[in-house]
Write a protein that binds this ligand. Structure first.
Ligand code: TXA
Ligand code: MG
Length: 324
């Protein structure tokens, strides 16, 4: 199969919506990362997502909608969900609710809950609207690779496996959505919408709940990894200077990602002036550095608040918890 990267315009949106109606899959941009979409109500189409990504079938998919009024067709609302929908949708947030029977089991990995998200991206909303069905979509990468933030990233993972990629340029946020379970008021994944903003609206959220049931099945799999070994250097001026002094002369091909370029050595790379820019660039830099043959990537840590919490989470996951 030839994979085509298509410009975002009315003709191509129609073409991709027709592909979805025929049970195909299409990659599309959102404000967080690119998604690999199929008709959520067509189990055979959904199966193709798992096949293209090499994704374990117990890892459920998020349903993307273009209109808030669609949510009640698929799920039972809760008071917290209603507040979040009113305040933060569209936006980088996914809510988990008890599902209605119309949602096929293949979408939810057999769980009785479903994840719902309305992306804050004009093109994504036009595409979903044109499909006239909810679009379930994971991130459009090969499983365990960093999530794609450009159409080119999707192409390099899925070339030959899907027909179309809608090209919306580079994703603004660069990290996946925040996931909140609106039944148990539990934060399942840090993401583009900071926890502090959610808690200001719905009160304290539980985190790290120990349970026999996988709360967010995807979190048990290795994630976000480039081929290089990743390490996180905990933040602080002295720490960063020490790391640069120690690793700059290393034999292993090493790069040190720093925030704001405050510290410079032979092998340092400024990932952005702000934490948001760092988040926007992280996955793209992981992919670029792999292409350049780096063997070791050291990421300067950031403070664990705002979008920094999600950024630290992704860097620590990519590193497998390796801190230096
Ligand atoms: O920003 C995003 O959320 C992107 C864009 C494309 O919308 N999507 C995304 O999907 O990151 P994915 O599949 O890569 O990650 C979704 C996570 C997985 O860890 C999955 O286990 C979890 O959401 N999830 C989905 N449905 C769930 C449910 N009913 N209960 C608990 N976790 C769920
Ligand atoms: Mg993913």
């Amino acid at each position: 199969m030839n994979t085509q990267i298509l410009q975002f315009n009315t003709k191509n949106i129609r073409l991709c919506a027709a592909e979805i109606s025929c049970g195909g899959v299409v990659a599309f941009p959102t404000e967080t990362v690119y998604g690999l979409g199929a008709d959520a109500l067509n189990p055979l189409a959904v199966k193709k997502i798992y096949e293209a990504k090499g994704r374990p079938s117990d890892n459920p998919l998020i349903c993307h909608i273009s209109d808030k009024s669609q949510i009640e067709k698929f799920a039972y609302l809760t008071p917290a969900a209603e507040k979040i929908i009113d305040t933060f949708m569209p936006g980088p947030i996914t809510i988990i609710l008890k599902k209605k029977d119309i949602v096929p089991d293949i979408v939810t990995g057999g769980l009785d809950t479903v994840g719902i998200r309305m992306p804050n991206h004009k093109g994504a909303l036009q595409f979903i609207d044109a499909c006239k069905t909810p679009i379930c979509a994971p991130s459009a990468n090969t499983s365990s690779k960093p999530s794609p933030t450009t159409a080119q990233h999707v192409y390099s993972d899925l070339n030959g496996k899907i027909k179309y990629i809608l090209d919306g340029g580079s994703c603004q946020v660069g990290l996946e959505s925040t996931i909140v379970d609106c039944i148990n008021l539990t934060l399942l994944r840090q993401g583009g919408l900071p926890k502090e903003q959610l808690e200001a609206l719905v009160g304290a959220l539980k985190t790290n709940v120990v349970s026999d049931v996988p709360l967010c099945p995807g979190m048990k799999y290795k994630h976000y990894s480039p081929n290089a070994s990743v390490y996180v250097a905990l933040c602080g001026e002295n720490m960063t200077k020490r790391i640069i002094a120690e690793y700059d002369k290393s034999d292993v091909k090493t790069i040190i990602l720093t925030l704001g370029g405050n510290y410079q050595g032979r092998n340092t790379l400024n990932v952005g002036a702000t934490v948001s820019q760092y988040a926007h660039n992280l996955f793209a830099y992981f992919r670029m550095l792999d292409e350049q043959g780096y063997e070791r990537i050291i990421c300067e840590g950031v403070t664990d608040d705002g979008v920094g919490a999600a950024l630290m989470n992704r860097m620590l996951k990519a590193s497998g918890g390796k801190i230096i």
